[in-house]
Design a binder for this molecule. Structure first.
Ligand code: BES
Ligand code: MN
Ligand code: ZN
Length: 494
């Protein structure tokens, strides 16, 4: 996978551009605009004829691929419908760009140019983001193709009126976010026997190298010394060692806030002795997607250097049954004094998150945000494209929802219904690790809340969107890197 280089430049009109695939966003009803008429004149009227024949009207999701034969300055024009201007969100721009990039790649283009009739810097950056993100592939486990395909590697971003400096800055930030998203996708897509807890830790160290984030890797001895007993309990069934990561970025100058990120790093979730059925295990390598996002965000933050201090905590192990595995009925004693009766070993995420949240609380942060593929219930409630978000205060939740919306990552609030707290009552310990069967995403959130001790806290249940069950506009089937772009935006906004 080659990294795409973007070149922002001013250009008078699309007809004078030299490239292989020329992409022009077209708003609904603008298919015969003055600009397109100029382009059409250069193409001897063939474009307008094609537009008419195909019924292209610039509707959202419509693309028209027009091949140009002969000795023109481009081989193909891709008209990309961008819909009604009023309804055009950043996400619409991304989808449009992903569709156009697909068409350009289909033509074997190595170079493309996007000519924007009208767009803000932010919208152009979103287009670049989607073109870059849509280039992701995970093919390290495939035979190399006999004939390597040409890769789209250079994209010019053109407009008559363009703030080159501001767009270049946005593109610099974007490069880090895209890299981080790809790293998170890679970590999720890696087979679970390769990406063990130890391997995840090594990859986190490698990802952060060269940046300003430091990674501390703790093995079984330090984990025991820290009394991270939830992680140890889940790890008991495994023949792989657990790892606990603390990653820290300190800004060079002013520090406005201290933010903690917490990631669930179950490298494979079989359910443990409360074993999952075979089908449910097929994609359980994704159960470290929260950890993957958090590690990737730290790598990006180390390079983007926001003005906030960021500390990440990642608890990593697989969840497997064996003669030494934890058993339903076992009790875990946490470092904050709370005890938990484990009634279902498949509710393991909350057990390891509890350690990390308790530790984060002791180390005093202004805000704590955790990411976890925590419950199948959340996936059932919100589907595969929306994450559940819970927490306090409401303002933190709202801000994350807003950043998610800008980033193209949908988050939706679920209520932490205090009345349901009773469902976590145990007959032998302070809490049990499962609720009554309804509102599983919420009872999981309430469980975590027991370990956050009044801090400002948001919990993102990404069990739905962490893994794409089929190809999406700018993400192939598999790990999505969900959360990376929202968190980077949030941290850069502080
Ligand atoms: N890792 C799963 C949740 C999950 C399901 C993530 C589907 C991604 C896709 C989690 O550890 C789990 O098994 N949760 C149980 C909780 C239950 C035992 C209370 C679940 O959702 O069934
Ligand atoms: Mn589980
Ligand atoms: Zn799990």
């Amino acid at each position: 996978m080659t990294e795409i280089r973007f070149q922002p430049r001013r250009a008078a009109g699309p007809e004078s551009v030299t490239t292989e695939a020329l992409i022009v966003p077209v708003a609904e009803g603008e298919q015969h605009s003055a600009l397109l008429r100029r382009l059409d004149r250069k193409l001897g009227g063939a474009l307008a004829r094609h537009v008419r024949a195909a019924g292209f009207r610039g509707q959202e999701g419509q693309t028209l691929l027009h091949r140009v034969d002969g000795s023109g300055t481009f081989r193909a024009v891709v008209l990309a419908g961008s819909g009604k201007p009023a309804a055009r969100t950043l996400e619409r721009w991304r989808r449009m760009a992903a569709a156009a990039a697909r068409a350009a790649r289909g033509e074997g283009a190595r170079r493309a140019a996007v000519f924007f009739p009208k767009a803000t810097t932010e919208e152009m950056a979103a287009v670049a983001e989607a073109i870059a993100l849509s280039g992701y592939r995970f093919d390290r486990y495939r035979q190399p193709p006999k004939e390597p395909k040409p890769e789209l590697s250079q994209v010019a971003l053109l407009a008559a009126d363009l703030d080159v400096r501001r767009l270049s800055e946005a593109l610099d930030d974007l490069r880090e976010t895209v890299r981080a998203t790809f790293s998170a996708r890679d970590l999720v897509n890696e087979p679970p026997s390769i990406l063990t807890a130890a391997a995840l830790a090594e990859r986190a160290v490698r990802m952060c190298r060269g940046g300003a984030a430091r990674v501390e890797v703790m093995g079984p001895r330090e984990i025991r010394r820290l009394r991270l007993n939830g992680l140890l309990a889940v790890n008991r069934g495994s023949s792989e060692e657990p790892r606990f990561l603390r990653m820290r970025y300190r800004p060079r100058h002013r520090r406005k806030l201290k933010v903690a990120l917490v990631g669930k790093g179950i490298t494979f979730d079989s359910g443990g002795l409360s074993l999952k059925p075979a089908g449910a295990m097929e994609t359980m390598k994704q159960d470290m997607a929260g950890a993957a996002a958090v590690c990737a965000v730290m790598a990006a933050v180390g390079r983007l250097e926001p003005a906030v201090e960021v500390t990440a905590y990642v608890a990593a192990t697989d969840n497997l049954p064996s003669g030494s595995a934890q058993k339903p009925g076992d009790v875990i004693r946490y470092r904050n004094g709370k005890t938990v009766e484990v009634l279902n070993t498949d509710a393991e995420g909350r057990l390891v998150l509890a350690d990390a949240l308790a530790l984060a609380c002791e180390e005093r942060h202004d805000v704590i945000i955790d990411l976890a593929t925590l419950t199948g219930a959340c996936r059932i409630a919100l589907g595969t494209q929306v994450a559940g978000i819970m927490g306090n205060p409401r303002d933190l939740v709202d801000r994350l929802v807003a950043h998610g919306s800008d980033a193209g990552e949908m988050l939706w609030p679920l209520p932490l219904v205090q009345e349901y707290r009773d469902e976590l009552k145990s007959s032998v310990a302070d809490l049990k690790n499962v609720g009554g069967g309804f509102a599983g995403a919420i009872t999981a959130g309430l469980f975590l809340q027991e370990f956050v001790n009044g801090a400002q806290w948001a919990h993102l249940d990404i069990a739905g969107p962490a893994f794409a069950d089929k190809d999406r506009p700018y993400c192939p089937k598999g790990g999505t890197g969900f959360g990376v772009r929202t968190l980077v935006r949030y941290l850069m906004s502080l």
